[in-house]
Write a protein that binds this ligand. Structure first.
Ligand code: 5GP
Ligand code: ZN
Length: 137
């Protein structure tokens, strides 16, 4: 897509710090990292978000994730890592070209990915699970 900044990065029209590339993905360092080593995996074929991703391409993309995560962890020596993928404005997506974040984590770092735990009324979880499941059958 002509106006898409990540398509331009994929094509090399905008420079980036590349850490991995194959036929389907380009993995680069995030320009505004949560911490050193914060990387983003860009799908080469423009899709806006997870809802536009087909299963076959998803398999190829996610196969890359463990080895990139392991390489970042080995190099940075981080204690942990969040693998994060935002879909939609409300979910924090700012670039509407599918990407996966690799966020290295250290004890007492400044990254904050938290929510207030909720709960279900009696039977509510089972009913909701069944309703969602019926859409997958
Ligand atoms: P989102 O909020 O959409 O999940 O994440 C978009 C990410 O892309 C942000 O972390 C942002 O720093 C990163 N980003 C935006 N523009 C560029 C760019 O031109 N180059 C690189 N390397 N990262 C970018
Ligand atoms: Zn794009």
């Amino acid at each position: 897509m002509d106006s898409c900044i990540f398509c331009k990065i994929v094509k090399g029209e905008i420079p980036s710090s590349v850490i991995y590339e194959d036929d389907n993905v380009k993995v680069i360092l995030d320009i505004a990292p949560s911490a050193k080593g914060h990387a983003i995996l860009l799908v080469k074929h423009h899709v806006a978000d997870i809802f536009e991703l087909d299963a076959e391409l998803a398999g190829k993309i996610f196969a890359v994730v463990p080895k990139v995560a392991a390489a970042i962890k080995a190099e940075l020596g981080c204690d942990g890592m969040n693998i994060l993928q935002n879909n939609g404005v409300e979910a924090g997506q700012t670039v509407f070209h599918l990407h996966i974040h690799f966020i290295p984590r250290w004890k007492d770092d400044a990254v904050n990915i938290k929510w207030t735990p909720g709960n279900y009324a009696d039977g509510e979880a089972a009913a909701l699970a069944a309703a969602i499941k019926s859409r997958l059958d």
